[in-house]
Design a protein around this ligand. Structure first.
Ligand SMILES: Nc1ncnc2c1ncn2[C@@H]1O[C@H](COP(=O)(O)OP(=O)(O)OP(=O)(O)O)[C@@H](O)[C@H]1O
Length: 194
């Protein structure tokens, strides 16, 4: 749940996001959203160049059944747990910088595991600060990270991810400490069966 309450994305006098099924009950929407985005995540994700357009396409794929604005950046300010994300008017520019750096870094290919984990943690942390979408950022970040890791030669199985530890690490990274996130990523890679 975001700190930001009712906005134009929500039904009048409600914090439930307008959705394609017109579900107005928060629990029903959560359940539907979880089910269909999981199913979409199991499908082949859109192909792309690991750029911002690709990232948005992944969000569009995961949430196409739920929101009209799937794949489109948000237009409202948001925060979580008191932590403010990028203002909407700065999202495009910040994303251009972040994805530009990723390209300069050759999409993190050819790095030994520790370096890859550090760089990937930094990328994920910055991506989270941008928080491009009104909803679905966490799931899109993870799906995109899997594509990135796969292409860099480090295929990862998310079954092995501890969601609570991951969330704590993401929040720590928001406050500038990327070490727990890097350690989690490194452990995920090292724990993969050969
Ligand atoms: N207090 C916080 N400060 C900074 N970032 C946070 C905080 N709480 C959660 N996050 C980040 O925001 C993501 C969730 O964003 P959002 O709710 O848009 O995504 P989601 O896919 O709908 O939800 P989830 O990731 O919980 O399934 C988390 O995965 C985490 O990376």
């Amino acid at each position: 749940m975001y700190d930001a309450v009712a906005d134009d994305y929500c039904y009048p006098n409600s914090t439930v996001l307008k959705n394609k099924l017109d579900l107005t009950d928060a629990d029903e929407l959560d359940a539907f959203e979880a089910e269909v985005s999981d199913a979409r995540a199991d499908e082949e994700l859109p192909a792309g160049d690991l750029d911002f357009a690709h990232f948005k396409a992944v969000h569009g794929h995961l949430f196409q059944d739920v929101y009209d604005w799937a794949g489109e950046i948000r237009t409202v300010r948001m925060s979580k747990g008191g932590n403010p994300f990028c203002f909407p008017e700065n999202i495009e520019n910040q994303a251009k910088l972040l994805f530009g750096q990723l390209k300069k870094d050759k999409f993190l290919a050819g790095l030994e595991v520790k370096k890859f984990a550090e760089k990937a943690a930094h990328f994920l942390s910055e991506l989270n600060v941008i928080h491009a979408f009104r909803e679905g950022n966490g799931r899109t970040q993870l799906s995109f990270f899997l594509l990135l890791a796969d292409q860099a030669g480090y295929p990862i199985d998310l079954e092995d991810l501890d969601p609570e530890a991951f969330l704590d690490a993401m929040i720590a990274s928001f406050h500038g400490d990327e070490a727990p996130l890097a350690a989690l990523i490194q452990a995920l890679i090292e724990d993969q069966p050969d």
